[in-house]
Design a protein around this ligand. Structure first.
Ligand code: DC
Length: 231
């Protein structure tokens, strides 16, 4: 079977990452979480005083970009790849509400996007990759053989995000999580540089009322059809 590129895009907390990771492990592909890369750059900006009182100093961040190195290590004990920021494992830190609250403005900086897009393309050179994000099918890999656009209502996504945070023992506030999701949707879909859009040739997956196994069989079905050349 030929190796392909699978791009999974969609809104925040739509379950993209979980489904992309599971799909990659089912079909023996490499999984790349592109959102983690934007989160790691955001953590760098927070730690280096480039975000003060919610305001990003984009010029300072752009200047520092050559010093920001992002990579993924091999899967650890939890079976997941962890994100590395200048060699440090920051997988936990990049999931905090503080980072979630500032990641969209960071991801709207064109220089940040260009740098991360180049890095993402380098991961896909050999194909055999599942990457999830916002602009993977539209900008990073417009030639991806399989494109999926995941949609779910903000309320369902906020509910899922709260459960995820609660499982990690982090404080959850449904109203704040919902507001953050709506705000990120707005910024992600309205930014100038590669906004979140469904690529014309992407397959829509509306997962409001789908279970995780149902999603997986939908994805595997599509993957089989595409990699056998029948779609
Ligand atoms: O998927 P996520 O919630 O971890 O992504 C974090 C943020 O990064 C999200 O608000 C938008 C941004 N992002 C992006 O602009 N482009 C991508 N390819 C992936 C994420």
């Amino acid at each position: 079977m030929r190796k392909i590129i699978i791009a999974i895009d969609g809104y925040s907390s739509s379950g993209k990452s979980t489904m992309a990771r599971d799909l990659a492990s089912r079909i023996g592909y490499v999984y790349v979480d592109s959102g983690a890369m934007y989160r790691a750059v955001t953590l760098y900006a927070l730690r280096n005083g480039m975000i003060k009182e919610g305001q990003l100093d984009a010029a300072a961040l752009v200047k520092a970009l050559p010093d920001v190195e992002i990579a993924f290590n091999a899967a650890g004990e939890d079976g997941r790849q962890h994100t590395l920021l200048n060699g440090e494992d920051v997988e936990k830190e990049i999931r905090s509400m503080e980072v979630s609250g500032m990641v969209s403005p960071v991801a709207a900086v064109p220089e940040v996007r260009h740098r991360l897009t180049d890095l993402q393309r380098s991961f896909g050179r050999e194909r055999g990759i599942v990457m999830d994000g916002r602009d993977i099918g539209s900008t990073v890999f417009p030639d991806a053989e399989m494109k999926v656009f995941v949609d779910a209502s903000p309320e369902v996504r906020a509910d899922r995000r709260c459960k995820e945070l609660a499982e990690k023992g982090e404080p959850t506030d449904y109203a704040a999580v919902l507001a953050n999701i709506k705000e990120r949707d707005y910024i992600d879909t309205h930014r100038k540089e590669s906004p979140l859009v469904k690529a014309d040739d992407a397959h829509l997956l509306d997962n409001d009322h789908m279970t995780i196994p149902e999603q997986m069989s939908w994805l595997l079905d599509l993957y089989q059809k595409i990699s056998n050349g029948s779609n």
